[in-house]
Design a protein around this ligand. Sequence first.
Ligand code: DAH
Length: 339
Amino acid sequence: MHVIERLELLLKEAQQAIQSAGNARALEEVRVKYLGKSGLVTEVLKGLSQIAPETRPQVGKASNDVKNRITELLELKQEGFESKGGSELPLGWDPTLPGRRQPMGKMHPLTRVQQEICGIFKSFGFDQVEGSDVETDYYNFQALNVPPDHPARDAQDTFYLQKGLLLRTHMSPIQVRVMEKLKPPFKFVAPGKVYRHEAIDATHHHIFHQVEGVLVDKGIHFGHLKGILDNWVKKFFGSKVETRFRPSFFPFTEPSAEVDISCVFCQGKGCRICKQSGWVEMMGCGMIHPVVFENCRIDPNEWTGFAFGMGVERLTMFKYDIDDIRLFYQNDLRFLKQF
Ligand code: DAH
C-alpha cells in the first residue's frame, strides 16, 4: 500500500499548491510539477509495470483518480482567475511573442533648442528667469526708451488687448522687470514667446520665440559682450564658427550691434543659405542705454552692462537647414520625428 499512500500525499500537496497559486503562471507550474511529462503523479503511473500484478489494477485506478482530481482542481482554479479577470497570464497567452513597441513622445525641436541656448548661458553662470506674455506699453516700449511716437514701433506691429495691455512683441521687457527688482551685479537669460501682428510666410509667424540676455556689473564694456557671445556661438554651432559684430540701432542699447556668424553650411565660402555672403545674421545686442538703467533706478555711472536678444526659430532653422518657419506649428509628425 506504500504507493497508494504516496499518491494520497501527492494529492494533498497538489491541493494546497493549487489553493495558494496566485496567478495562472503559478497554476501552470503546479500542473507541470504533478502532471507534466516527468511530473510526480505521472512518474507513479509510469512505474506501474514494476508493481506486483495483483495490486496493479488498484494502484492504477488510484493514480488515475488522483490525476483526474488534480486536473479538476486546476480547471476550477483557472476558471476562478478568468471570471475575476485577474489572470496575470491566462492560458493560451504566449509569453515568448515579441512585445508591441509603444511610440514615445519627444520634445518639440523649438523646446530642445531653447533649452540648449539657455543651457550654454547657464554654464557661463547666467540665471534663468521668466516673464508674462501679456505686458503693458510701459514695459514693452516706454521703459526701453521707445516713446509713443517712436518709429521703432512700426517694426514691431503690436497685438493690443483691452485696458492698455498688449502681447509682448519681444523679450526685452524682462530687462526692466528684473532690473527694477534686483541690485547689480546680475546676469540672466529669459526665454519666451513673443507676438507680432504680421502676415505669415516662410520666414515670418505671428508667434515666435526669443531668448533675451542681460549682464550688469562694474566696468563691463563691449569687449565683455563680444567675448560672451563669441563663446556662446562656438559652443552652440561649433568651435570653427566665427562671429562678426556689425553696427546697428536699438533704442534700448548704445552702441548697438548685430551679430553675424560665418555660414556653417559653406564655412563662409558663400552658398544658397547665406545668400552667397558667407555670413548669417543671428541676433541683436548692445550696451544697455543709460536711460533704461535710470528707468530701473540703477545708476549708469556706477554700473554698466550689455543685453542681447535672439530668435529661437531663426537659430533652429539655421542649425537644421529648415526653410519654412510654418513647419514648427503644423504638428506634422513626419517633420517632428526627425528631431
Ligand atoms: N528686442 C530686440 C528684437 O526683438 C532684440 C534685441 C536687440 C534685444 C538688442 C536686446 C538687444 O536685448 O540689446 O528685435
